[in-house]
Design a protein around this ligand. Structure first.
Ligand code: 5GP
Length: 174
């Protein structure tokens, strides 16, 4: 799988522009508030690191880790939390930070899980919104870029743990 060919979809500059745009929107919307960003591991780690450094409002950070895909490229629909958040989210303004929303099952599951912790508000930010295989309707409050389909890697996203470190986003030619 690691030898699969890939073609570039977004350069580091393309991504930086989207991150900057999202950060400005978030700062404008949460002006005067303190938010808790919850990064979804592992895929969102680079996006979260770049996004948080563009925010000029007060933020706290936490992480949640889910197992969904296993080693394949299509959702099994089976999602479980392997590491939960540690901060108390009760009464907080919480923003989930995702790398990619595909079927939407993972995000819907996480949203319900985090809503159970009684935050004051709960929104979703995703760098990539991949629409073709969406199976549940889910409100995405902040979206970097939309794609129809394809399996993408780089900028935190992997294929069998490879390619996460790449500064660009590529589509795998399967
Ligand atoms: P969903 O539950 O929305 O189908 O899938 C969400 C998770 O599947 C993402 O957080 C990500 O881990 C994985 N995923 C979905 N599409 C892609 C993709 O194109 N590339 C990579 N690397 N992971 C993906």
């Amino acid at each position: 799988m690691n030898q699969t060919e890939k073609r570039i979809l977004f350069t580091a500059e393309d991504i930086a522009r989207q991150v900057e745009r999202l950060a400005s929107q978030i700062c404008a919307d949460y002006q005067g508030k303190e938010i808790v960003l919850v990064g979804v591991l592992k895929g969102a780690f680079i996006f979260l690191a770049d996004l948080v450094r563009r925010l000029t409002i007060s933020v706290e950070l936490d992480f949640i880790r889910v197992a969904s895909y296993g080693a394949g490229t299509e959702s099994t629909g089976e999602i479980r939390i392997t590491t939960d958040v540690e901060l108390d989210l009760q009464g907080r303004d919480v923003l989930i930070v995702e790398d990619i929303v595909d079927s939407g099952l993972t995000t819907a599951f996480l949203r319900e899980h985090l809503a159970g912790k009684n935050p004051r508000s709960l929104r979703i930010c995703t760098l990539l919104d991949k629409t073709e295989r969406r199976r549940v309707t889910i409100p995405l409050d902040y979206v970097g870029v939309q794609l129809d389909k394809g399996f993408v890697v780089g900028y935190g996203l992997d294929c069998d743990e490879a390619h996460r470190h790449l500064p660009e986003i590529y589509e795998l030619i399967l």
